[in-house]
Design a protein around this ligand. Structure first.
Ligand SMILES: [Zn+2]
Length: 185
């Protein structure tokens, strides 16, 4: 992914070491001299972040970034928002619990795409929700009885939505939201 597009490139693994991994920020040139094949990446250089040697942070980064491909696959041209969002979060990925950052980044994405569902009504049955809610894809509120999934306090969830920060949420609540995001953007 670059600012304007998601590219599929062929990486020539001639070298014994491979530095290209999913979700790494790289600087490259594209070699498309042979049109029969996917363009090759040339002059690859890797832009490092301090968290790249932290296994858990890298894992959560991969889990997050892999959601973008299915989400954006039909987009011909990309808004710079997506690249900038990922860059912004990559820069602070080592500073906070990355699952919290995933939740916060996702709110920005929903807002950017005009998909915020901030109604206190169940998305499934359209009746008002109560103090305890569950969430479905897109962080839409539903009754716990209408789906089979973990519950959250509505008041805390709505605060998270409003502040776009997970500051007041317990780790267990962050886990619940993170798991919903992992179902797809
Ligand atoms: Zn319902």
């Amino acid at each position: 992914m670059s600012k304007e597009e998601i590219g599929s490139y062929y990486r020539f693994y001639g070298a014994r070491h491979s530095i290209l991994k999913l979700g790494h920020l790289i600087d490259f040139e594209i070699d498309d001299t042979d049109r029969r094949y996917l363009p090759r990446l040339r002059s690859l250089s890797h832009m490092g972040f301090p968290w790249l040697f932290d296994h858990n942070r890298v894992l959560i980064w991969h889990n997050f970034i892999r959601l973008f491909k299915p989400h954006l696959q039909d987009a011909q041209a990309l808004e710079p928002f997506y690249f900038e969002l990922l860059l912004e979060y990559a820069k602070k990925w080592h500073k906070q619990n990355p699952k919290r950052l995933v939740c916060e980044a996702y709110i920005s994405l929903l807002e950017f795409e005009g998909r915020v569902y901030n109604q206190s009504r169940c998305y499934i049955c359209n009746q008002p929700t109560n103090d305890s809610i569950s969430l479905i894809r897109g962080l839409k509120q539903v009754h716990p009885e209408c789906v089979y999934s973990p519950t959250l306090y509505k008041i805390k969830f709505e605060r998270f939505f409003e502040l776009q920060k997970t500051l007041y949420m317990e780790e267990s609540e962050v886990e619940i939201i993170y798991d919903v995001v992992m179902k797809g953007l």
